[in-house]
Design a protein around this ligand. Structure first.
Ligand SMILES: NC(=O)c1ccc[n+]([C@@H]2O[C@H](COP(=O)([O-])OP(=O)(O)OC[C@H]3O[C@@H](n4cnc5c(N)ncnc54)[C@H](O)[C@@H]3O)[C@@H](O)[C@H]2O)c1
Length: 342
């Protein structure tokens, strides 16, 4: 790759969440969004005109044949992730893929292997750890202010109608763990390290969906325990959607990220309270702004990694651990047992 030249990018999948990716790409320096692709022609057309993208495609192979791309950003549904990532690898193009990387470990491993063999960089768009309050929490832990963490709770509970914008979530056989708690499981790894065991209990409250919509998960790490709880069936007042609340208890103090990004740090008998400011983006809209900012942050991280030949934090290989955790949680829920992770 020639240095100093903008990286040429194509986005594959121009549906609901891709709007955030597209907005962020237009804001990030060093990239040139040259093409969009969606099998649904009006969606490709709408994305091209809204984001001033010069060329549009309805077939990914056609886009790879006609464009000279440095990387693609895949924002389609999980079953299409493997063939599209393999197509990118076969075309020698770097690839970002939305979470979940895949529904099976076999598919995910094949994707990682295809990119390794083609020597193209591969990142999973696992954005929650890139939320500004989560970076701040990590900074607090790493500063030693609360000592050695021994307990965590990572909580995401809402009554917000997720199905209005993403009707496909009603039909998906597995829902809250693989679609939403997946982010919290990666956050647990980010804040506490890789778990050794997982126990999960799931419930389906909403009778009109196929999958589970409530999950309570207990993770054990070396010297710490973390509870991950996630629900889209919760009656909340006030409604905190789409906020994640986090408690971290350490040997010297406690950090608590509460509603509206209020961060309390208690250590050495003193309490410090601050509101974490979410960086503003012209296209971001509350209450989604914390997520939209994280999309910007992870995509900028990818560009920096490509420019400097670094491995992204949430590389495909790293993300295999997240999928193992998700699948371990389902195995635990189905068999009512603790699952040991390798
Ligand atoms: N990180 C987050 O916070 C977050 C939030 C929402 C969704 N997501 C993820 O984003 C992905 C997309 O979800 P969504 O709700 O935006 O879905 P969506 O159905 O709204 O959009 C998917 C788009 O991909 C297109 N598509 C499907 N197959 C294609 C192919 N082979 N080539 C080109 N286009 C193709 C569809 O026509 C559709 O427009 C999922 O993996 C989902 O889990 C992540």
């Amino acid at each position: 790759m020639e240095t100093g030249k903008p990286l040429r990018l194509g986005v594959i999948g121009c549906g609901f969440f891709a709007q955030n990716h597209l907005s962020a790409w237009k804001e990030i320096e060093g990239v040139d969004l040259v093409a969009v692709c969606d099998v649904d022609p009006p969606k490709a057309q709408r994305a091209a005109s809204s984001f001033a993208v010069p060329r549009l495609y309805t077939d990914a192979q056609d886009m790879f044949s006609k464009e000279h791309l440095d990387f693609v950003d895949i924002v389609t549904l999980p079953p299409s992730h493997r063939p599209l990532v393999q197509l990118a690898a076969n075309n020698g193009v770097g690839v970002i893929c939305q979470k979940p990387i895949a529904w099976t470990l076999e598919d995910a491993q094949a994707m990682v292997e295809a990119c390794r063999r083609a020597q193209v960089p591969f990142m999973v768009h696992e954005n929650f750890r890139w939320q500004t309050p989560m970076r701040e929490l990590k900074r607090v832990i790493d500063s030693g202010a609360i000592g050695r963490p021994f307990f965590g709770r990572i909580s995401w509970r809402t009554g917000h109608d997720l199905f209005a914008a993403q009707p496909w979530l009603r039909e998906t056989p597995r829902f809250i763990v693989i679609e939403v708690a997946i982010h919290l499981l990666d956050l647990a790894r980010f804040l506490f390290g890789d778990p050794q065991t997982v126990f999960c209990h799931t419930v389906r409250v909403n009778p009109s969906i196929c999958g589970e919509d409530v999950a309570t998960i207990v993770l054990t790490m070396d010297g710490s325990t973390c509870v991950v709880d996630c629900s889209s069936a919760t009656h909340n007042e006030p409604e905190n959607f789409p906020q994640t609340l986090v408690t971290i208890e350490g040997s010297q103090g406690t950090a608590y990220l509460g509603a509206d990004y209020q961060l309390q740090i208690m250590h050495s008998g003193s309490l410090k309270v601050q509101t974490v400011a979410i960086p503003a983006h012209a296209w971001a809209i509350a209450p989604w702004h914390v997520v939209q900012d994280s999309v910007f942050n992870i995509q900028r991280h990818w560009v920096e990694c490509m420019q400097h030949g670094r491995t992204p934090e949430t590389s495909g290989e790293d993300n295999l651990r997240v999928l193992e955790l998700v699948l371990g949680a389902y195995e635990s829920a189905e068999n009512n047992m603790v699952v040991r992770l390798v």
